[in-house]
Write a protein that binds this ligand. Structure first.
Ligand SMILES: [Zn+2]
Ligand SMILES: [Zn+2]
Length: 349
């Protein structure tokens, strides 16, 4: 018997030396992805449930990933960079630390109230469109109630069990678009109704008053205060801030602010019952700045939001206040369709 065909066994370098420190699967961040969302996808792709992944990163349990969105410690950033190859600037771009007004972020605490805020919202159509469903940074803002891409209203609870998004607590190896307590596929959630006027208000705040613009505008702090007080301005919740309310309750406040019939006729229009549409449009044309003048738009929007139900206009300067529906109508008329149709509706009232 010969040994000529016996397999040759040789000692290779140790496995650990042959491979890099990288985890087996690298997950690329998606546009506007929230750090916690990327971390949950990274954990799942590498076969670790999110709750156990907190231990891998050496952070406390609980809402560990949501806390990292707010502040990414340097040792965790270093570990992530070493194991994934994602550079530091890309990691920090996924956090909420830069150029966002912190006052408008939804709080991490959960009041347990049915109309109370949760820490994160989602668009079921976005999740359904995604190859790997992920959560966006802008869904953390209380000033947002609609999806930029689909125009539909956001949700902040599972429609099946009413639970909030709790992927950080997921102990099973399940993708993050399944509700943690009940397993409901959030991509299948029904789409809630949103009026065109409220969608326009949402887009106006998001586009004209970009968050960076708010941070740099003299009227930015006033606008943030007025946004936070929208619940009382709408006459619906007298003592609660925008950030304490559910997406449905915030939408309800915006709907009430947008109803022209909710507004008193101010002094400038007392004798103007026979005002024709042309005169109204001319007045608006005089008062409305071009969309590029963001500081002026922020001031106008802050003033419009400062008008309370049952009171005359509360403009802080000498300029007459513009009612919110008129302002939004003018904004929509400057926007590409389908906003133009809405503008005609609003200005035609
Ligand atoms: Zn969407
Ligand atoms: Zn559920």
């Amino acid at each position: 018997m010969t040994t000529a065909h016996a397999p040759v066994v040789s000692i290779r370098e140790r496995y650990r030396d042959a491979v890099s420190d990288r985890w087996p699967v690298t997950v690329m961040p998606q546009p506007d992805e929230l750090l916690s969302s990327w971390l949950h996808r990274l954990a799942y792709a590498n076969g670790v449930a999110p709750r156990a992944f907190a231990r891998v990163l050496g952070v406390n349990s609980g809402m560990w990933s949501a806390a990292l969105d707010l502040r990414l410690p340097s040792d965790v950033a270093t570990l992530l960079r070493a194991h994934t190859g994602i550079p530091s600037d890309q990691l920090s771009a996924m956090t909420l630390s830069s150029a966002l007004p912190k006052q408008l972020l939804l709080p991490l605490r959960n009041s347990g109230r049915r109309d109370g805020s949760t820490w994160l919202q989602f668009c079921c159509r976005c999740l359904a469109d995604d190859a790997q469903p992920y959560f966006r940074r802008r869904w953390r803002l209380a000033s947002r109630v609609s999806c930029t891409k689909h125009g539909c209203r956001l949700r902040d609870r599972c429609p099946s069990c009413r639970g909030h998004i709790a992927v950080f607590d997921q102990a099973q190896l399940v993708p993050q678009h399944y509700c943690v307590p009940c397993g409901y596929d959030l991509r299948r959630a029904p789409i809630p109704y949103l009026s065109p006027a409220t969608r326009t208000l949402d887009r106006c705040i998001d586009n004209i008053c970009s968050l960076e613009a708010i941070a740099h505008s003299p009227s930015g702090p006033v606008l943030i205060r007025r946004l936070l007080r929208m619940p009382s301005a709408s006459g619906y919740y007298s003592t609660r801030l925008l950030t304490s309310l559910s997406t449905a309750a915030r939408t309800h406040c915006a709907e009430r602010l947008n109803l022209p019939s909710e507004w008193p006729v101010d002094g400038a229009e007392d004798g103007a019952e026979d005002d024709d549409e042309e005169r109204k449009a001319r007045r608006l044309l005089r008062l409305i700045p071009p969309p590029s003048d963001r500081h002026a738009w922020i001031e106008l929007l802050a003033n419009a939001l400062g008008r309370r139900r049952g009171r005359p206009g509360a403009s802080e300067g000498n300029e007459p206040a513009i009612k919110l529906p008129d302002l939004l109508g003018a904004y929509a008329s400057m926007s590409p369709r389908p906003g133009r149709r809405l503008a005609q509706e609003l200005l035609g009232r």
